[in-house]
Every structure is written in structure tokens, then in C-alpha cells.
Write a protein that binds this ligand. Structure first.
Ligand SMILES: [Zn+2]
Length: 378
């Protein structure tokens, strides 16, 4: 795969961000102009020195099994064991190039979970004839090639792929973070409201795809996903790719600062707690998503849920900006932050202020109630 290890800039030097593109795609913790540009995954028809098109789309789907004896007895390092990989490769013009299919012999869970049995079109007998995961995944990555970009229905498959690779000590074969296309998200943007998450089944019905195969075999689902992907208007792709951060930044220099047309995204290094994260200067700072300059905060970060913080800032040139921080947990249980900053209108700014006041009032009432309870018991 062509890995867009991506788009990073010296976090302390937001001025170095490239704001003239859809997306910053320079690897850097130095200065961006000293780095060779990486191709944006959505840049159509990029050509290598030999004039050949470089980029293919690898649309894939996985089926997995889980512990047949319940959660309590599962192996925490691999709660979902991949038992099938199906994939379709499309070229830059969305023409089909080839397909890939492997059935995998499970090593951790040797019986099918009843749910798996219900969904998957595979028997234990089929699986016994499969190949070991390490071999299958090496085949898969080799087949996918270095210059492809992954496309999946939702974000789960990519995480499970990496979790399984990690279990076998193979994660180095797929360095992350990287860009990919979430076809479920693209489907919603192209054909619905841009928010709702639909099933692949639903999408296939809506687009009137020919449904010859049953859903929930890796190959059939990869085929359906690729057919949905082919129907996404190409113009939507550049701004709507996704970033997989299963391999989240560990150090300051690995932190991600990336800019899309409509918003900017920051992914932090790891912290011990969300409090520690919220005390970090870089986490708290809001840079304008249009010019990259430090914005003034109008409403300080406030908790709008247990894992979510919101703030309102203003750029003297570009107006109101809404900042949203979401707390995330890494594989090892550490806390990291995903922060987005997007321009917003007056009305939205007002809504943020109202929300802040409501939450403040709620907290005040709760405190008051607790105090009353305390004085009643004493
Ligand atoms: Zn600005």
C-alpha cells in the first residue's frame, strides 16, 4: 500500500501548514518545503516517472469469529479473529483489475461463535482448509501493492486487520496512520444526509445493485462495497477521505496536523488522562482552519459529554471557529485527542454559548442539590 504516513508538520509551527491544498500531504516534523510531497490518495491519475498511473483502490471486506465461550474467556489481544479476506482492486478510472480471496484457518478460537455461524457463509470444515493468517495477510498486502489506497465499509475492518496483524507481530508491514476511503461515509455524503450510517445491504438496495450473492461473505461484501464506491461522484473523494489512527501518534513529533477544505484535524500524542490532555497547550490551542493563525478563544473549552469538549474561537479574518475535542483510547489504554476546528456561523456560535450556559446551570443545580442532601444528613 502507498502509506500516507501523512501530513504532519512541526506541531509548534502551524505557520508551516500547507493551506493551499485540500489536504496537507507532506511528511514532516521538520519544515514542509524541505520534504518531498506525497501523493494525495484521491489525486486522480497521478503518474510515476514511467508515465504509468500509480494509484489503485483496494476495496476489501473481512469476516471474523469471536470467542465461542463468551467475552470472559476471550483473548483480549484479539477479540475478533479474522477468518476471511475478500477484496476487489479498481484502477484510478474505477475499472476492475482483479480480486483477492482467502479463507483463514483460525488459531485462537477453534469453534465458531453462534453469531458468526449465523452470519458467515463458512463452516468449521471450510476454515480448517484455510491458510494461516500471517501467510494470508502477506499475500493480501503483496497483491494490494504499495500504491493503492484502501476502501472499506465503515472503519472497523481496518482496525481489526491491524489488531490481528499486531497479534502476530506483523504490524510493521502496514505502517500507520494512513488515509483510506470509508465507503459507508461516502455513500451517506453522496446519497443521503452525510451523517447516517447505513448497512451495505441498504446501500445496495438504494443503488439498485444486482444482488446475486448473499451478504456477509467477504468476497460478496467486497464486491458490493466496490460497486457502491464506483457510484460515488469522483469530485467528492479529495475532501472526504478518512484517516486511520489505529497506530496513533506516540510522540510530539508524530502528532498529526492536517487540513481539509472545510476543517482542520489534529491528533495528539498519548496522555495519562483526559485531564492531562486538556492541560496541554497544543491540545487547547485553536488555529484557524483557513489561515492557520492562532485564533482567540471566545468560549473556553467545556465538557459537552464525558469524552467530548467544545470551544468557540474567532479569527480576525475568518470569523467564528468551532473547536471539538474527542478523547480516544489507544490499544494500550492510553488517552489521546482528536481535535477538529471548523468555521461556523453566528447562529452556531450562539448555540455553543447556550449549550455552555445550560450545562453550567445543570452543574450548578446538581451541586446545590448535593449540598442540600449533605446538610440534610448532617
Ligand atoms: Zn483565519
Amino acid at each position: 500500500m502507498h502509506i500516507h504516513r501523512a501530513l504532519y508538520h512541526e506541531s509548534r509551527n502551524p505557520a508551516a501548514l500547507c493551506f493551499n491544498r485540500n489536504l496537507c500531504y507532506y511528511i514532516s516534523n521538520i519544515a514542509c518545503d524541505r520534504q518531498a510531497p506525497l501523493r494525495h490518495p484521491a489525486e486522480p491519475r497521478s503518474r510515476g516517472v514511467d508515465g504509468l498511473e500509480l494509484m489503485n483502490y483496494v476495496v476489501f471486506d473481512l469476516e471474523w469469529n469471536q470467542c465461542p465461550y463468551g467475552k470472559a474467556r476471550e483473548n483480549r489481544k484479539i477479540p475478533f479473529e479474522i477468518i476471511e479476506i475478500g477484496a476487489v482492486m479498481l484502477d484510478a478510472d474505477m475499472s476492475r483489475l482483479s480480486t483477492f480471496h482467502r479463507v483463514i484457518r483460525p488459531k485462537v478460537y477453534r469453534q465458531l461463535h453462534y453469531r458468526t455461524k449465523e452470519i458467515v457463509n463458512l463452516t468449521m470444515e471450510d476454515l480448517k482448509n484455510g491458510m494461516p493468517f500471517p501467510m494470508a495477510v502477506r499475500d493480501f498486502l503483496e497483491w494490494a501493492g504499495r500504491d493503492s489506497v484502501f476502501c472499506t465499509w465503515g472503519c472497523v475492518d481496518l482496525n481489526e486487520l491491524q489488531r490481528n496483524m499486531n497479534f502476530y507481530g506483523l504490524l510493521h508491514l502496514l505502517p500507520g496512520p494512513f488515509h483510506y476511503y470509508d465507503v459507508q461515509k461516502l455513500f451517506s455524503i453522496a446519497f443521503e444526509d452525510g451523517r447516517t450510517c447505513r448497512s451495505l445491504n441498504y446501500a445496495a438496495d438504494l443503488l439498485e445493485l444486482q444482488e446475486d450473492e448473499e451478504f456477509h461473505s467477504a468476497m460478496a461484501d467486497a464486491e458490493y462495497t466496490s460497486e457502491v464506491f464506483r457510484r460515488i461522484p469522483r469530485g467528492l473523494l479529495p475532501e472526504n477521505d478518512s484517516l486511520n489512527v489505529f497506530q496513533n501518534p506516540k510522540s510530539k513529533t508524530e502528532e498529526i496536523h492536517t487540513v481539509y477544505n472545510r476543517y482542520s484535524l489534529y491528533v495528539s500524542r498519548e496522555f495519562r488522562s483526559k485531564e492531562e490532555a486538556m492541560n496541554d497547550q497544543e491540545v487547547r490551542t485553536v488555529y484557524c482552519s483557513k489561515c492557520g493563525k492562532k485564533a482567540h478563544r471566545k468560549i473556553r473549552w467545556f465538557a459537552a459529554g464525558s469524552q467530548k469538549y467544545v470551544c468557540l474561537a474567532v479569527c480576525p479574518v475568518h470569523g467564528f471557529l468551532q473547536g471539538v475535542i474527542r478523547m480516544r483510547k489507544s490499544e494500550t489504554g492510553a488517552t489521546y485527542v482528536k481535535k477538529t476546528v471548523a468555521p461556523c456561523q453566528e447562529a452556531q456560535a450562539e448555540a455553543i454559548r447556550r449549550r455552555r450556559d445550560e450545562l453550567r446551570e445543570k452543574r450548578r443545580k446538581r451541586r446545590h442539590l448535593n449540598e442540600e442532601k449533605l446538610s440534610a444528613t448532617s
